[in-house]
Ligand binder design. Sequence first.
Ligand code: ZN
Length: 373
Amino acid sequence: MTLLALLCLTCVYVGILAIQKMHLSNPNKNAPFSVIESQTTDDVKTEAIVDWGNLMIAVHYPSTPNEKINQQLSQYANDLVNQFKSSAHKNGYANDELYVSFTTHKSGEFIIGFKFDIIERRTNNASRNEVQKISFNLKTGDRVVFEDYFDENNQPIIAQIPNNIVTPEDTENKKLVALTFDDGPHSRWTNELLDVLQEENVPATFFVLGSRASRYPDLVRRAFDSGHQIGSHTFNHKDLTKLPQGDIDFEIGESAAVIERITGQKPAFTRPPYGAVNQAVQDTAKTPLIMWSVDPEDWKSQNIDQIFTHVMDNTKDGSIVLLHDIYGTTIEAVKKIIPEMRQRNFVFLTVQQLMAARGKNLENGSIYYQAAP
Ligand SMILES: [Zn+2]
C-alpha cells in the first residue's frame, strides 16, 4: 500500500471518528441530522475537513477525476471553513458549529453538479441552513454558470438543458458556427462522427430521419447524451411540398414522436428534406424551420478536399453548415474542418445555442438560414 493511500485512509478514519464524536457530544441540541452523509457516484469521492477544537467543523466536499475541478472544490470548501471561523471569532461565539454535506448530480458525459447543504449553528441560537450549487464541465474542468440547472426545489433539471453548455465567455470575440448533420443516424459513420466530436469537444446538431432513428435509437441517445442537439428531418425524407396534408402531418408528427421517445424531448427544430417548404409545411411544423447557409454538397462529390475547401471558403460568422453523417468522406472532412476553423477563431455551437447566442427569438413555422451578428 502506498503512503498516500495510507494517509487517505487515515483521513477518512479520523473524519469518521470526529463526526461520530460530534454526534455523541450533541445529544440535546436538536441537531437537524444525526451524522452528515454525502451522496457520491462511482467516480466521485468524499473529502473532509474536520476541525475538532472549540468550533465544531465537519465539511464534506467531493473529489472528481478532474484535477482542475478538484482544486476549485477544495478552494470552495476551505473558503466556507475560513469564513465561518472568522465570523465565529469576530462574534466571540466559541462553540459554533458548521456542517456541510453534498449530493452529486451528473448529466450526460459533460456536466457534473454538486448541491451543498450548509448548516451553521451559532452559540446565540442564530442558525443558517443554506443550499449552494456548483456545476462543472467534466471535460474542461471549467465552472458552468447555469442557474437553472437546479429547479426551485433544488432538483437538477437534466432533461431540459443541453449537456454541453456554452457561457457568454466562450463566445466573446469569437465567430460562431453550427455544424449540422442530416439523413442519419448511420450505423457506422454516425458512430465515428460522434467519436470525432467527443475527442474535439465540439457540439453539433443532428437532423435525423424518424425512420432511421427508430432503427438506431442508441446512436440518437448517444448523440443526445453527449450534448448534441437532435432535430427532425421528417420520417421518410419526402418532399413535403408534394404531399397531401395527411402525409405532411405524418412525416412531421411521427418523426417528432420517435425522437421524443428516445430522448424524452420533442425536437426543437425541423429541417424539411431538400429545404422544400410551402405554406402547408410552415403551418404544420410545430417548430422553427432550420435551413443552412453553407452547402458543400458532400453527398454529391464525396471528396474530402472539396468538402473541406468549400466549407472553409464559405463559412462566415453565424453560418449554419449542411453536412451528412452517412458518408465516410464527410467524417474525414470534418476532422480537417474542426482544427482549421478553430485556427480561424470560430467556436462551434448547436443551432439552438447559436440562435440563443445571437438573441434570436424563433417562431414556429418561420424559416432561418443562419444567425449573422
Ligand atoms: Zn436530407
